[in-house]
Ligand binder design. Structure first.
Ligand code: AMP
Length: 190
């Protein structure tokens, strides 16, 4: 089983590369951002709570996210090829909770793949995406907040996973295919 954390700043290409990983390796996909946007669309209580944080570029509280994650993960059943965690974890407590949740099921994260992209390129990609995505958080002001949240709360996970011995750095500039072939090299080596 290959559980993989695809990691990076907003705009790094996590969603795009997840789609390709799913296709090539038959993995499941957990995008916490997609889960939350779906809750908002369906007008659930969780969606109402999440919307305030998302539109403000802030993270949803850890306790809420951890519960959601466990239930989505269990939805894949006990035997599966592996799951891509896309947009989770985003804080150290989330990484610790993920490790614990998986250990309780006899599973683990096989690799954390960090897509590294320079700040000006992230900004350009997100502003461009905002023109088509219709996402309420893809506007310049909220993008700046999200990048700031990434640097302060999320990027410490690079060291956290390095200490776990499963951090892999991948250059996130280039064509989608070039970047994917770098990622596939990591996955094939697992
Ligand atoms: P994303 O689609 O991954 O960029 O996520 C969009 C927004 O959803 C983020 O800016 C957060 O407000 C929220 N979100 C998604 N995943 C998480 C998470 N793991 N922890 C907290 N908030 C999250």
């Amino acid at each position: 089983m290959k559980n993989i954390v695809i990691f990076g700043a907003p705009g790094a290409g996590k969603g795009t590369q997840s789609d390709k990983l799913i296709e090539k390796y038959g993995l499941g996909h957990i995008s916490t951002g997609d889960v939350l946007r779906n809750e908002i669309k369906n007008g659930t209580e969780l969606g109402k709570t999440a919307k305030g944080y998302i539109d403000n570029g802030q993270l949803i509280p850890d306790e809420l996210m951890v519960d959601i994650l466990a239930s989505v993960y269990d939805g894949f059943g006990k035997e599966h090829a592996g799951v891509i965690f896309d947009g989770f974890p985003r804080t150290t407590p989330q990484a610790e909770a993920l490790k614990k949740m998986l250990a309780e099921r006899g599973h683990k994260v096989a690799a954390m793949i960090e897509l590294s992209v320079p700040e000006d390129e992230l900004m350009a990609r997100l502003i461009n995406r905002g023109k088509e995505s219709g996402r309420s958080d893809d506007n310049e002001e909220t993008i700046k907040k999200r990048l700031n949240v990434y640097h302060t709360q999320t990027s410490p996970l690079i060291d956290w996973y390095a200490k776990e011995g499963i951090h892999h750095h991948v250059e996130g500039l280039g064509t989608v295919e070039e970047i994917f072939s770098r990622i596939a090299d990591v996955v094939d080596g697992l």
